[in-house]
Design a binder for this molecule. Structure first.
Ligand code: AMP
Length: 269
């Protein structure tokens, strides 16, 4: 069906997700809808990218609600393969690995995570074929890695970055937010506050990377319900910034009650 559409000159927009759709996912669908003729959404809770079995089991899977949301947002083709369909032999002998970029930040905390992401995204790109593929800046490291991998392997996708969608109080939307109790949710706002602290420090003229990291860390450690994983400032290759100049990303990750949450903000100095 997709190759017929392409032969007829129609463009394909592809939005890969793990389901439990929220407005962040739907913002990608809306962008694809506006820019492409056919919109494909995949839902696959990719077991290869979970380092913790519990996290995989707890991951929400509201399939009927997702189907309705996808149809309402204008998805033409929904692709929700089972693990058996994705991995018919049950064991893959091939892994796609982006050296370096996959080992820091999230990769350091979740060994093998990005190998799982890259292997499955490569497979999805190869199933969908030539397309514009929409990814959220919410997963900044993933976006950086997928762009690198797509260029390195000449995969037939053009990767498009979409801005982070947040709740009115600043919490970045995430499928894992449903696991937050009301108290944890309030504590989770400190991720966003920490990023604002960092951005504000830079806006005020601070050029000391350690000082900015400390400002973010202070905000997060002041919240007793948060277990901080990292708060860092990196350049466009995810290297810890040595100087505050150019395009930088402030990134935070923390466990809040059960789920582990991530968030980020960009600054250009
Ligand atoms: P996931 O289902 O968590 O794997 O996410 C699927 C896609 O949606 C990824 O490209 C994410 O970066 C993107 N996404 C998730 N949450 C948000 C958000 N709050 N704003 C923008 N994009 C998002």
């Amino acid at each position: 069906m997709l190759s017929d559409a392409r032969t007829a000159g129609r463009t394909i927009g592809f939005v890969p997700t793990m389901g439990a759709l929220h407005d962040g996912h739907l913002s990608l669908v809306r962008r694809a809808r506006a820019e492409c003729d056919v919109v494909v959404l995949s839902i696959f809770v990719n077991p290869l990218q979970f380092d913790l079995k519990d996290d995989l089991e707890r991951y929400p899977r509201p399939f009927d609600a997702d189907t309705e949301l996808a149809a309402g947002a204008g998805v033409d083709v929904m692709f929700a393969p089972s693990s058996d369909e994705m991995f018919p032999e049950n064991e893959l002998l091939t892994t796609v690995r982006v050296a370096g970029l996959a080992d820091v930040l999230e990769g350091a905390s979740r060994p093998g995570h990005f190998d799982g992401v890259c292997t499955v995204v490569t497979k999805l790109f190869s199933v969908v074929g030539e397309c514009r593929a929409y990814f959220g800046e919410k997963d900044w490291q993933q976006l950086t890695i997928v762009k690198q991998m797509t260029a390195d392997l000449s995969l037939p996708a053009q990767v498009i970055a979409c801005p982070i969608v947040r709740d009115a109080d600043g919490l970045a939307l995430s499928s894992r937010n449903v696991q937050l109790t009301a108290v944890d949710r309030a504590a989770a706002l400190s991720l966003n506050r920490a990023l604002h602290e960092g951005v504000e420090a830079i806006a005020q003229g601070c050029r000391d990377v350690d000082e900015i990291r400390r400002a973010m860390t202070r905000e997060l450690t002041a919240e007793p319900l948060i277990q901080l994983d990292y708060a860092d400032v990196v350049d466009d290759q995810l290297r810890v910034a040595e100087r505050i100049e150019g395009d930088l990303r402030l990134l935070v990750a923390a466990r809040v009650g059960t789920p582990r949450l991530i968030d980020n903000m960009g600054v250009t100095v």
